[in-house]
Design a protein around this ligand. Structure first.
Ligand code: DQA
Length: 144
């Protein structure tokens, strides 16, 4: 079973979207890096991005059905999606929440995360490298 890496709205624009906040690494770069990292530990990755809340819920349910661990950057959904919170709660698998930027140093509305209530680990402000950190953490946890 693969590790699911899920990305919310506007993360398809990484590389050109506010590079002073999100850097110049593209989502394709991130995908390649996490695949390499996971493969080194013998794991496959199921990598997805969607601008639609329901699609993210569907992928979380897919991970649940497979009993697969989740790395998720829910992007703006982080701050208000009860549907994603509930899907993660039902999933009952290891969950790592990733934010490229340090959301706590930004606008007040980014300080709230419905996802953190369900996450086992939270990484924010480490840039695109945060995804690799998340996979590393999962490899340790999954391999006990
Ligand atoms: C983000 C932070 C969110 O507040 C924002 O809506 C994003 C990206 C991050 O990775 O830093 O789209 O999740």
């Amino acid at each position: 079973k693969p590790i699911y890496v899920l990305n919310g709205p506007n993360l398809n624009l990484l590389g050109t979207r506010k590079p002073e906040v999100y850097g110049t690494t593209t989502l394709a770069d991130i995908e390649a890096a996490v695949r390499t990292r996971a493969a080194a530990g013998g794991w496959e990755v199921s990598f997805h991005q969607s601008n639609h809340e329901g699609d993210v819920v569907d992928r979380i349910q897919e991970a649940r059905a497979e009993g697969a661990a989740i790395v998720i950057n829910p992007a703006a959904f982080t701050h208000y999606s009860i549907a994603i919170h509930d899907a993660l709660e039902a999933a009952d698998v290891p969950i790592v929440e990733v934010h490229i930027s340090n959301v706590h140093r930004r606008e007040e509305f980014r300080h709230t995360s419905f996802v953190s209530l369900q996450a086992d680990a939270v990484i924010a402000g480490a840039g695109a490298f945060g995804y690799e950190m998340a996979v590393d953490w999962l490899l340790r946890t999954l391999e006990g």
